[in-house]
Write a protein that binds this ligand. Structure first.
Ligand SMILES: O=C(O)[C@@H](CO)OP(=O)(O)O
Length: 289
């Protein structure tokens, strides 16, 4: 289960071999293709612990009132752009599940198949879960906290089986075998997101269905690192805003087709007011100052 990601697509991204060009600098002819597959990614709306500025990880907190509003708006943006999902995937966490429900309600697609998988969960934040982000900066320093938050392969401190935060103590993970000491870096998050995507989501996309994934800041950072071939240093700078649809057009090999309006290093394009989206991205970045 915890084996390294296997495919050429994600293996290439891990050694930085496939860095996509910035879409805006390419000629218009490159934006035209007949064979494309549509993937819509949505990070959950603001959660109560985003609002309280706490490390969350696998703690199952709900959306805040603003978070509900954000994802209702996300659903309307998806509806108005005509990108109706045929199949949906989400995590085992209620902030992402509720996000998906709102989007499916707004797009009148509550009837489509939905798969929930722990592999799409947020990155487990180990012993940082539940701590105030700014207090953690005050205690350990800004640089150390930035390494825990955004480095590619340095995990936060572990939790062991005696911790309420160990997945072995949560019935939703019964049947899965997690190590006694548990935490995740972005790298190990990618090592469970990538095989899940390739084995369960890519075949659905290739069959011609439009897929939506409602997930989390770091599980989506891992996914786009693989899709866009983003290098380890560049991914450290990438923050994904809450409640904002991110639309990819993929070719038959699941490589993103550059789109107008994407902002690098992503080849997907965010739906909505682009200035407001940039402000939301800055807000995520500035949770630890
Ligand atoms: O706390 C978390 O689980 C994540 C997402 O909210 O935080 P960060 O952006 O700091 O990785």
């Amino acid at each position: 289960m915890f084996a390294a990601a296997r495919s050429a697509l994600f293996a290439a991204s891990r050694n930085g071999a496939r860095v996509s060009p910035n879409a805006r600098s390419l000629p218009a002819a490159l934006f035209q293709t007949a064979d494309k597959h549509t993937l819509v990614l949505v990070r959950h709306g603001e959660s109560t612990w985003n609002l309280e500025n706490k490390f969350t990880g696998w703690v199952d907190v709900p959306l805040s009132p603003k978070g509900h509003e954000e994802v209702i708006e996300a659903g309307r943006l998806i509806r108005d752009s005509g990108l109706l999902p045929d199949v949906a995937f989400t995590s085992l966490q209620k902030r992402a599940i509720r996000t998906l429900w709102h989007v499916l309600e707004e797009t009148d697609r509550m009837w489509i198949p939905v798969t929930k998988a722990w592999q799409l969960n947020e990155r487990h934040y180990g012993a940082l879960q539940g701590l105030d982000k700014q207090e953690t900066v005050d205690k350990y320093g800004k640089d150390q906290v930035l390494i825990w938050r955004r480095s590619y392969d340095v995990p936060p401190p572990v939790v062991d089986r005696s911790s309420e935060h160990h997945p072995g103590n949560d019935p939703r993970y019964a049947g899965f075998d997690f190590p006694d000491e548990w935490t995740e870096s972005l790298k190990t998050t990618l090592e469970r997101v990538a095989p899940y995507f390739e084995e369960n989501i890519a075949p659905v996309l290739k069959s011609g269905k439009t897929v939506i994934i409602a997930a989390h800041g770091n599980s989506l950072r891992a996914l786009v690192k693989g899709l866009d071939g983003i290098g380890e240093d560049v991914i450290a700078e990438l923050n994904i805003p809450t409640g904002t649809p991110l639309v990819y057009e993929l070719d038959d090999d699941m490589r993103p087709i550059p789109q107008e309006g994407s902002f690098g290093p992503l080849n997907g394009r965010y739906l909505g007011d682009q200035d407001a989206i940039r402000a939301r991205i800055e807000g995520v970045k500035n949770q630890t100052k």
